[in-house]
Design a protein around this ligand. Structure first.
Ligand SMILES: Cc1cc2nc3c(=O)[nH]c(=O)nc-3n(C[C@H](O)[C@H](O)[C@H](O)COP(=O)(O)OP(=O)(O)OC[C@H]3O[C@@H](n4cnc5c(N)ncnc54)[C@H](O)[C@@H]3O)c2cc1C
Length: 553
């Protein structure tokens, strides 16, 4: 296999590093770019994305009925009202909305699509550093199918590496692998005579064309499964959702009533910026109240959710198929606009079966109780594969750094890594609310550095007094599966990432940007130190005794 390297050939005209590279053109990247356009108008910057179009999640996923499971008023960008009426947003509409936002801010043409960030290396010495100071070198390759093109017959062109030098690097890569979802191997799946597809790989042209008279079984019980079921059932397809464990599913109004009320009370129309701002705040507060109610008084929340389900379902079905063994919000609560899944069960012949798969058989799925669910198409809605920092390798002066050995600072920066920031949103409410807090925090840090003549800023490498915990403390399967590849978080500020907008808002939008930070040459030293620790750790883990210790921790 030929490996061609054109390093260093940057897309910028000279070797001069960019002021900023944003990786990811989903909602977080678009929001970050909005702040850059407005607050740093003179900067040289660009954005890359491995997808072939804008939208992130809303470009990658195209399964039947694809929609948000947050209300669009709080999921939308804070500065751009959501123009549609529905409480939830259709995937295609969200993608177009993001394209409009990028167009309005004038950066759509700046985005380099089909470009995969393969690695990021912070360089602290060498001729380029002598000329321009320490910076990041990001190596990219042409992307195919949301990732690097690793087909054996890929052309040489697919392997050409391009290096982008940048002073600041912001990772808006989301939290999961856009290339592949989590697809368990089912015993007997090779014998299946129909089509087995993961929901993330569903393409309307390939899979949605001719479903008339076919039987579809969806495996799963999360937001995807409860979206696909009513969408297919409504289209007249014989559809069954097979779940091992039920989820909490809350019926929500089809039309955003909070926004409608504020649209009537406030001057301007329903889509004015003022109405958007006020209803967004209202939605965020409402979500926090619901979250606290669910956490503090689970039976009250559960009673409310299941009381609504009884409009459509018999109590026995609510007990059997919609009563999870865990408390509400231990995992994300799914939303059903107008109770569509319940209505599909009651009126459109949609079926829900709670059971465990024994094996796939040629004609469908056999369950442990012997029942066979016949299927022409099996949709595996079995979730995501966690991936932070776009799955790219991280290094300092070429020494590989394992992100799981680093500690996230306010869930925004990374210990020891200068001028590197990333976006993770909330798992218990709209992702965008935190994405925007992150963008504002990072912009404040950049302003602080510019005003103080600092080129570099990094969180210190925290000592052992900061207890290490998983960054994402949530019970969902994909989070647990990917814990070992994500940075840690600490047990005190500024090392905590709280799933709590009200507590984080003051810290991220107003709080100090200098706590336990290091600047200039000290930031460079902290990067070298992080790399030394990482190198020592990997030497330890090469020793079998060492690796068993780290695996047990
Ligand atoms: C089906 C589905 C529905 C969801 N619904 C909601 C919801 O209603 N509410 C909510 O709060 N959250 C929801 N989420 C979570 C959702 O992913 C986020 O809300 C949000 O869209 C994430 O935005 P983002 O820009 O941070 O990341 P993403 O949308 O994941 O975009 C990241 C972008 O980075 C690119 N990228 C990644 N790695 C690299 C790399 N190495 N090089 C170059 N580019 C790279 C990807 O191609 C992608 O375009 C949903 C998730 C899924 C899968």
């Amino acid at each position: 296999m030929t490996h061609i390297s054109e390093t260093p050939q940057a897309p910028q005209a000279s070797n001069e590093p960019l002021d900023l590279l944003i990786v990811g053109a989903g909602i977080a990247g678009v929001d970050m770019a909005h702040h850059v356009v407005n607050e740093f108008p003179g900067w040289s910057w660009t954005m890359i994305d491995s997808n072939d179009d804008i939208g992130g999640t809303w470009n990658t996923f195209t399964y039947p009925g694809i929609r948000s499971d947050s209300d669009m008023t709080s999921f939308a960008l804070p500065y751009k009202p959501w123009p549609h009426k529905g409480t939830l947003g259709d995937g295609g509409h969200i993608k177009e909305y993001l394209r409009d936002a990028a167009n309005e801010d004038g950066f759509l043409q700046r985005i380099q699509f089909s470009t995969w960030m393969k690695s990021m290396n912070f360089v602290t010495s060498g001729p380029a550093v002598d000329e321009h100071g320490p910076h990041w070198e990001v190596v990219t390759v042409k992307a195919w199918n949301h990732g690097p093109d690793d087909r054996p017959d890929a052309t040489d062109d697919a392997r050409v590496e391009t290096t982008i030098r940048t002073r600041r690097l912001h990772l808006a890569c989301g939290y999961y692998d856009h290339r592949d979802g989590f697809l368990p191997h089912y015993d007997g799946q090779e014998d299946f005579t129909g089509t087995l597809v993961h929901a993330q790989k569903w393409h309307p042209d390939e899979h949605g064309g001719d479903l008339e008279g076919k039987k579809v079984v969806i495996i799963g019980s999360g937001a995807t499964a409860i979206t696909v079921l009513p969408a297919l059932a409504k289209a007249g397809v014989d559809t069954t959702m097979l779940q091992r464990t039920p989820s909490w599913v809350a019926a929500v109004p089809t039309v955003d009533t909070i926004k409608t009320i504020w649209g009537t009370l406030l001057p301007g129309d329903r889509n004015s910026k003022l109405t958007h701002k006020v209803s967004r705040a209202n939605h965020i507060l409402r979500d926090m109240v619901q979250w606290y109610t669910a956490k503090l008084t689970p039976p009250v929340f559960a009673g409310y959710v299941q009381g609504l389900q009884l409009f459509w379902l018999k109590p026995s079905q609510v007990r059997k198929d919609f009563t999870p063994p865990y408390k509400p919000w231990d995992q994300r609560v799914c939303k059903a606009p107008g109770g569509d899944i319940f209505s599909a069960i009651k009126n459109d012949g949609a079926k829900v079966v709670t059971g465990t798969i024994d094996r796939i058989v040629p004609e469908g799925i056999r369950l442990n109780d012997g029942q066979v669910l016949e299927a022409d198409v099996i949709v595996s809605a079995t979730g995501l594969q966690l991936q932070l920092f776009g799955g790219a390798e991280m290094a300092v002066d070429g020494t590989k750094v394992d992100p799981s050995k680093l500690v996230a600072y306010r869930g925004v920066l990374v210990s020891g890594m200068p001028n590197l920031s990333f976006t993770v949103g909330y798992l218990n409410q709209s992702w965008t609310t935190r994405a925007d807090l992150t963008a504002r925090y990072v912009a404040r840090l950049w302003h602080h550095n510019i005003n103080n003549g600092e080129q570099l800023a990094a969180p210190v490498n925290p000592g052992s007094d900061v207890t290490r915990k998983p960054l994402l403390e949530f019970e969902a399967g994909y989070i647990k599966r990917g814990e070992h590849i994500t940075p840690r978080q600490g047990d005190r500020s500024p090392w905590i990432y709280r799933q709590d907008y009200l507590r984080e808002w003051p810290e991220l939008s107003r709080g100090a940007v200098t706590d336990e930070m290091t600047f200039g040459d000290d930031a460079v030293a902290s990067a070298r130190e992080a790399a030394e620790v990482a190198a020592a750790d990997s030497a330890d883990s090469a020793d079998p005794a060492g690796s068993s210790v780290s695996a047990a921790m």
